[in-house]
Design a protein around this ligand. Structure first.
Ligand code: SF4
Length: 164
């Protein structure tokens, strides 16, 4: 069994900004849940944000630029959540390091957890290529990050024993 950090909202926890979870229906995700050692985390809730909460998007870049200080994460209420969400990303990294965990499966499109796409900062439902701040923090530290849509690639790694 491999320890794998997984976004709580993918695991049936209603922790999203609107108090919902994210349903996932694919065989690779079923394999993940049934065979691996899951470490659940919602970094936004870990950072102290409430449920429900106002949606937030990244302005001026993606997660890597937020960490570099050239982009910000702003709520639809115009509140700057950047520092708080960096704190949540650091919680995720500490959790991975404490548990010798090298892999994460994170929820696509989130300003925290997105690993391929995020919303473009216009709050109009438009996505762009980019990663969230948690995915950026974990990736820069050498963690391998997947989404609920790419967990099949993680499964290939595990099943062909190309891990570690
Ligand atoms: S996408 Fe990440 S931050 Fe957002 S609710 Fe899910 S676990 Fe929490």
């Amino acid at each position: 069994m491999t320890k794998i950090l997984v976004s709580s909202c993918l695991l049936g926890c209603a922790v999203r900004y609107n108090g919902s979870d994210v349903e996932v229906h694919n065989n690779d995700f079923d394999w993940l849940i049934e065979t691996q050692d899951i470490v659940p985390l919602c970094p936004e809730v870990a950072a102290g944000l409430p449920i429900p909460r106002d949606p937030a998007e990244i302005f001026g870049g993606s997660g890597a630029e937020v960490l570099a200080g050239t982009a910000r994460i702003i709520g639809i209420d115009h509140k700057d959540l950047t520092d708080q969400l960096i704190w949540g990303a650091d919680v995720a990294l500490r959790l991975c390091r404490n548990q010798d965990n090298k892999f994460a499966v994170l929820t696509e499109n989130s300003p925290s957890c997105g690993s391929n796409f995020i919303y473009d900062g216009s709050f109009s439902g438009v996505k762009k290529k980019g990663i969230g701040i948690v995915a950026a923090r974990l990736s820069e530290s050498g963690e391998l990050v997947f989404s609920q849509h790419t967990v099949g690639s993680l499964r290939d790694l595990v099943e062909t024993s190309r891990l570690i």
